[in-house]
Design a protein around this ligand. Sequence first.
Ligand SMILES: [Zn+2]
Length: 611
Amino acid sequence: MGIYEKFFLKGLEPDPLLTISEWADSFRFLPKESSAEPGKWRTNRFPFSKEIMDVLSPQDPTTEVKVIKGTQIGGTEIANNFLMTYMDLYPSPMLLMLPTESLLKKHRQMKLVPSVRAIKKLAKKIKPGKTKNDLGDNSMMEFPGGSLVYAYSNSTANFRSLSCRIVCLDDVDGYPDDVNNEGSPIALAKNRADSFPNRKIYINSTPTLKGISNIEKEFEDSDQREYFMPCPFCKELITFDRENFVYDFDEENYELKGDVVYSCPKCGSLIEEYHKTWMMSEENGAKWIPQNPGHPYKGYRIPSYYSPLGFLSWNKIFREYLKAKKALKAGNEKLMKTWVNTRDARPWEEQFIKVKVDIQELLDRKEEYTAEVPRGVRILTAGIDTQDDRFEIEVVGWGEGYESWSIDYKIIHGDPDLLETQKALDLYLQKIFKHESGNLMRIYAAGFDTGGHKTNTMYSFCKKRYLRKFFALKGSKDINAPITTGRFSLKNKGKVPLFSIGVNTAKDDIYSALTITSPGALYMHFPNKDIYDENYFKQLTAEKKVNGRWLNQSKKRNEAIDVRVYARAALAIVGIDPTDLANQDRYFFYQQINQSQNTQKKQRTFSKGIR
Ligand SMILES: [Zn+2]
């Protein structure tokens, strides 16, 4: 019998001193819209969540609670229970922050509003929204005794002047380091609660990169708890750690064979996954134990291995691990980074800084192409870097799995402001290349740096040629920004469609691809041309990754890497995966000999990526 029913039968109102887990067990319904297991919330389904919710309760003096987590461990519901208990029983001024406005809107509509609506007694307290199903609006929910104000980490406008007892900072690894030159949004949000001695600040996220992860820093500033459970065989308290999982796999194709089990680090017994329900139960002795005892802030680390039976299985987790391992062996670390972050709940330590790309090895890689454009190439793009006295251009061919071929590197000397220099560039970009199949190819799209030198000149150059898919680019400051969002902005001097590009992400991809040593997906081919000399490869590898960001620290020339980034960005903006072009390439990207003009009509539109 839940507490509510107990009091209800006695004819009493529920005890107002409920903890969050008691409130959730009494009132919380998980809505169909957002829940894998809709229906009544049971804290014992996520036993590790009880203490987290209880230290967030008003009965506990802890002011800051930090959770570094994997996915599918009920993290969102813990935050929802936290907010809703205060809205219902302990109404206060409250703040909920997500990384961006769009993530916030999505969270509000998909998770928060349906969750509140599922509890009639709470929903009745909330000021209704404009539509029947809505509660509150895009800026807040109001209720007797308080309000929940929404904020997003890249703008301080809507919370700058607030004072809040309850602060919930969700997904903090998506927050920028600085917002409007006012400092870290986490610190700014925490300051909002300074005047409340009974404040509660809840911070959670899956981690990202070691050294720059926000949740890693927050967790370090806590008592760093791990969830210990009794071994079903020796009854000693143990945690689930990656290195003690045991599994068999096919070494050829990295397929999992049989079920994943856990080897008890104390007695060596093999624990099957079904044991975890028993093990995780508090009644059987499971508990959080601080690894940094005495710290006033509570921190909880919870990897996905603890996902309740029926959610995310060990088999699925380690199938993903093997897939990531296979990719890592081929030089692509992306999957492994995601796995370590979202499953093992640990920040990823950059490997690249250690993977030294050897220039001699790259020089030895140069090959005699069998045609100007080898057979594997399905589409050509170009990247253009503007300097005060020249343009540098690289034409890159892309094939299946983003295997790439450097086709040509061209330097056009002259002042980019001069019409004749621009004409020479324009002429070069109209060049027709001969494909091994005998077809002729043009450059399909080109990316131009407009962030550095000669910005206005390049704006107007690109604007006039937008229909030729000449894209004006500007590097995003956000190191995690995707190569492109597919959208452009017109908010600039020349009202030119300006694409913000994730330079750091593009460089991650390129430097990752450079470590691949055999042709196939992602491999970078270089032609046996003089311009691809030692100097070119020095430029290509000029940058080093420091705290997650690629930097040209020695200030050496680095145009070769820049133009490669712009060529890659142009491909991303047109939104074409070269792999998809296997059977249709001739219609879009080659000009058949004797068929020069009418291909124009059939060209694929690229409006898909532009809103
Ligand atoms: Zn044991």
